[in-house]
Design a protein around this ligand. Structure first.
Ligand code: ZN
Length: 129
């Protein structure tokens, strides 16, 4: 591998995301090439500095970024459309009306015993006679 090829692999090498073959070549090259070793140390320093506490985004920015990414990826629903809220209220009101009508109908109906109970009563009256 040439020095330029090695330098293109240094970030992946640092994060351990290159395959074993190229990794071995980079390791062997860094042992023999002072210029690339210096470049690797520079990359390593840059990565570590960018990961330091001062350089990290604030928690508020992170949460906004996460929410934006989730919305972009379709993982969460965006803000509701103008018609969704009235539709939801309408459906809820319809459900309440149906429940009220059903309860009124049931309350006004003639009370009847369940079929099994009625048969048992008739049978016991038959036995008494
Ligand atoms: Zn080199």
């Amino acid at each position: 591998m040439s020095c330029e090829t090695i330098r293109n692999e240094l970030v992946g090498f640092h994060f351990g995301i290159i395959d074993d073959g190229p990794r071995g070549e980079v390791e062997r090259h860094l042992v023999t090439c002072a210029a690339c070793l210096g470049e690797y140390l520079s990359v390593k320093r840059d990565v570590e500095l960018s990961a330091s506490v001062e350089a990290r985004p604030r928690a508020q920015v992170k949460s906004k970024l996460r929410a934006a990414m989730a919305q972009e990826l379709g993982l969460v629903a965006g803000p509701p459309s103008w018609w969704q809220r009235p539709l939801a209220y309408g459906l809820a009101a319809a459900a309440v009306v149906v429940a009220m009508v059903t309860m009124q109908t049931v309350a006004k109906a003639e009370p009847t015993a369940p079929v099994g109970v009625t048969r048992t009563k008739e049978r016991s009256e038959t036995i008494r006679q």
